[in-house]
Design a protein around this ligand. Structure first.
Ligand code: NAI
Length: 505
């Protein structure tokens, strides 16, 4: 299947933030584009806005002036919807309201050719519902761009119950030809990104609520150890808490109150207070003039250490050994259970149990748990927690060990799974469940999370690197700690682990 020819007329309806961006993308790809908005003058205004955006690219030398003129010449603002009849593909980006969108699609079906594809940029409505009642529901599909559309790579191609597979394939190839990274998804609540990303926010919100650490510290851990571009608090401040909270509530409701998606009271309180984030000048952080972001907390050890003993295979923590060696530390090895001994302290990668619980169950004294890092060779910060019986000297020895390797160490309350580990385990769990339910393939979900929300690694590849068995154990331990169905492991993780450790999508 090949893409729509670049001579094919594309129509975009709704000339707001998304519609204007989509029209620009299609025009830049060479298509003639008609843009319509029911607000008089809005379409022309949007084209003028695109022209000034392109002007900035010309100023920076990233676009030739002739190319700018050609793109603008291909964009035709319309004041009447009747002028869209000759379009091959219509993409609607109007107000997010089921009835209004359904009415528009009905009107379009009457106006456009039989084989015209009607695509919706909806971020939350069911494509199946949008298509219901139309004469040709098989030609209706979701084409979900991310904001800002000209810059964001991801496009979710969302099929409803009766969408023709050839339509999905055609739009997939077309999005690719437009320079995008398309993925296929089935129309289910939140599609891929808005579903799989929920735990990224939810776990940080829960950790904050349970006193693990403050916002700035939790954000720093996700950035400096997890490799995420932003922590959950700075990111939701940017998105807007009203928007982020509404998406969580809509996914939670759509899944009939599944506790996996339970909204946070902490975030609700911010919304209630009008602290919506950057746009209102205050969210988790203050954005008033001169306001400074509080620093992340960091432990300082008064001790120095010269050697440690590594017992057994450390699994995902293993790359840390090389870094310790490179820092001049003498590292001895012996067989055993995957632990690092330094002075009186014993360090281990968290497995989702409380430090105090694991110390008692495994008979370990002075136990210090280490959080997951995307890459232990380069992580600039790592979070730790420790069992109640850990002596201050032992904890300081553990901190000194990591500091020697140039790693900042952040101490947390003893909560299960620390920060990066529980976040990654829960992202992978949601992704696995989406694969299990046929929402999308494992590869497309990983691609969507990297291209749509800039994750440093797809959650499923990350879980495979950690080990599916290990990820499963972390989730089981979280579930045991909280006694909640929120942490129940996906059957796909359990089955893939039982079948040999690779995801069987
Ligand atoms: P917006 O409010 O900036 O623009 C919507 C435009 O549609 C307005 O110019 C409005 O006049 C026009 N409009 C409303 N009803 C219309 C109708 N019946 N006929 C023609 N024009 C009509 O909204 P935005 O942010 O561009 O969102 C549009 C769609 O894209 C929504 O479905 C939204 O859920 C979705 N979306 C939004 C994203 C975002 O970050 N803003 C990201 C991805 C999807």
């Amino acid at each position: 299947m090949s893409a729509l020819d670049s001579t094919a007329l594309i129509a975009v309806i709704g000339a707001g933030a998304m519609g204007a961006g989509i029209a620009q993308v299609a025009a830049q790809a060479g298509h003639p584009v008609k843009l319509y908005d029911n607000r008089p003058g809005a379409a022309a205004q949007a084209v003028a806005g695109i022209d000034s955006q392109l002007g900035r690219l010309v100023e920076k030398g990233r676009l030739q002036p002739e190319a700018r003129e050609a793109i603008i010449a291909r964009l035709q603002p319309l004041e009447a919807i009747e002028g869209l009849g000759d379009a091959r593909l219509v993409i609607e980006a109007i107000v997010e309201n089921l009835q209004v969108k359904q009415a528009l699609l009905g009107q379009l079906e009457a106006l456009c050719a039989q084989d015209c594809i009607l695509a919706s940029n909806t971020s939350s409505l069911s494509i199946t519902s949008l298509a219901a009642g139309l004469a040709r529901p098989q030609r209706v599909i979701g084409m979900h761009f991310f904001n800002p559309a000209p810059l964001m790579g991801l496009v979710e191609i969302v099929s409803g119950l009766v969408t023709e597979p050839t339509v999905a394939k055609l739009l997939y190839e077309t999005a690719k030809a437009w320079g995008k990274k398309p993925v296929h998804a089935r129309s289910t609540p939140g599609f891929i990104v808005n579903r799989v990303a929920r735990p990224f926010y939810a776990e940080s919100l829960r950790l904050l609520q349970e006193g693990a650490a403050d916002c700035a510290t939790l954000d720093a851990i996700l950035r400096d150890a997890g490799g995420f571009r932003m922590g959950a608090f700075e990111l939701t401040d940017l998105i807007g808490h009203d928007v982020n909270y509404a998406v969580t509530c809509s996914v939670f409701d759509a899944f009939y109150g599944d506790f996996r998606f339970q909204p946070s009271l902490v975030q609700k309180e911010l919304v209630d207070a009008g602290r919506l984030g950057r746009k209102s000048g205050h969210g988790f952080y203050s954005y008033t003039v001169g306001a400074e972001r509080p620093p992340a907390t960091e432990l300082q050890s008064p001790l120095t250490v010269a050697s440690c003993t590594v017992e057994g295979d450390l699994g995902a923590l293993e790359p840390l050994v090389e870094r310790l060696r490179d820092s001049g530390l003498a590292v001895a090895r012996r067989a055993g259970r995957g632990l690092i001994h330094v002075g009186d302290a014993t360090l281990a990668l968290s497995d989702g149990r409380l430090a105090s619980e694991r110390a008692r169950e495994d008979g370990l004294r002075n136990l210090v748990l280490v959080d997951l890092a995307l890459d232990y060779c380069t992580a600039s910060r790592i979070a730790i927690s420790w069992s109640a019986d850990t002596a201050t000297t032992a904890r300081d020895q553990a901190v000194a060990l990591l500091q020697r390797a140039g790693i900042k160490v952040t101490g947390m309350a003893d909560l299960p799974g620390l920060v990066v580990l529980r976040t990654v385990a829960m992202l992978a769990n949601e992704a696995a469940d989406a694969v299990l339910q046929g929402v999308a393939s494992a590869a497309d979900i990983d691609l969507a999370m990297c291209a749509g929300v800039n994750y440093p690694c797809g959650p499923l590849v990350w879980a495979e690197q950690l080990g599916l068995g290990y990820t499963l154990r972390v989730l089981e331990n979280l579930q045991r700690s909280y006694g909640e169905s929120r942490y129940r492991p996906s059957l796909l993780l359990r089955r893939s682990h039982a079948q040999g450790g690779r995801l069987d999508d």
